[in-house]
Design a protein around this ligand. Structure first.
Ligand code: OAD
Length: 247
């Protein structure tokens, strides 16, 4: 029993649920988190050295290749029970919003529909100069490829360090975090702003905040409930109990 009935009841009766996920929710699909050491070929690089406009300007091919490696990795993995549990939860909650910091698209592949991607999506490509999504381009063998509209270099449509988050995604995430009955914070170290502010905003607006993470974070001491453990184990059990208690 993750939560005793008296504590589960307010969750089971919630009409508005907002969820924030981080890299930890994809960990059990085999996608390394940011705080995990970079593996293999990329062991000598830190994300902060590759995921920045400056790094791209300095060595566009290296940055493009790193994202190509991550895109290939994500294409080869599957959503895990944590992703599927959130997709199931969405079907029983009248107003459900999933805000993710992840760029792997695994929530959508698991069946989640109302997904706000705060940091973009690695499978989308955009022009570095025009900042607009490009869906097709001529393969000339040049890496990175070039924008068919302006000839500028193409880049992944993800948020890099020192870049601002996409609108209206950020405004929607703020609105859903300050207008919810229950807020789940799953698999995030809760250190990178502005996403890290969302659970605290929910708390300040009277929501029940539940943290799911095997490790402590800056949210742990403030959360209403802390469910320590891997998301792929905790979430399916929580959703099972949630459904059983739902009126
Ligand atoms: P992190 O790598 O910072 O944190 C991953 C969190 O997941 C940690 O708190 C782990 O304890 C936890 N975790 C690990 N395995 C887990 C599991 N099986 N189940 C649940 N939790 C688990 O990743 P994020 O918090 O997502 O930003 O990082 C936030 C942002 O920092 C990323 O979106 C990225 C990075 O800079 C951008 O790319 C803009």
């Amino acid at each position: 029993m993750l939560l005793p009935p008296a504590r589960l009841d307010p969750l089971a009766r919630a009409r508005r649920v907002t969820v924030l996920t981080g890299a930890g929710v994809s960990a059990e699909s085999g996608v390394p988190t940011f705080r995990d050491a970079q593996t293999g070929l990329w062991a000598n690089f830190r994300p902060e050295e590759l995921a920045t406009p400056r790094a791209f300007r300095h060595n566009p091919r290296l940055v493009w290749d790193w994202y190509a490696w991550r895109r290939d990795l994500v294409a080869r993995v599957e959503p895990n029970p944590a992703h599927r549990a959130l997709a199931e939860l969405e079907t029983i909650i009248p107003e459900f919003t999933l805000v993710t910091q992840n760029v792997d698209g695994l929530h959508q592949r698991a069946g989640s529909r109302n997904v706000i991607e705060l940091h973009g999506n690695i499978s989308r490509t955009k022009c570095f100069d025009e900042d607009r999504v490009v869906t097709s381009w001529k393969e000339t063998g040049e890496i990175p490829p070039r924008c068919p509209h302006c000839g500028g270099l193409l880049r992944p449509d993800v948020v890099w360090f020192e870049e601002s988050l996409p609108e209206p995604a950020l405004s929607q995430a703020f609105e859903r975090s300050t207008h919810c009955d229950v807020f789940l914070s799953v698999g995030t170290s809760t250190v990178v702003q502005p996403a890290a502010a969302l659970p605290f905003m929910a708390l300040e607006h009277g929501a029940i905040v539940v943290e799911i993470n095997p490790d402590a974070t800056p949210l742990t001491s403030r959360a209403t409930h802390v469910l320590p453990g891997p998301a792929a184990e905790v979430l399916p059990e929580l959703v099972r109990q949630w459904r059983a208690e739902a009126p």
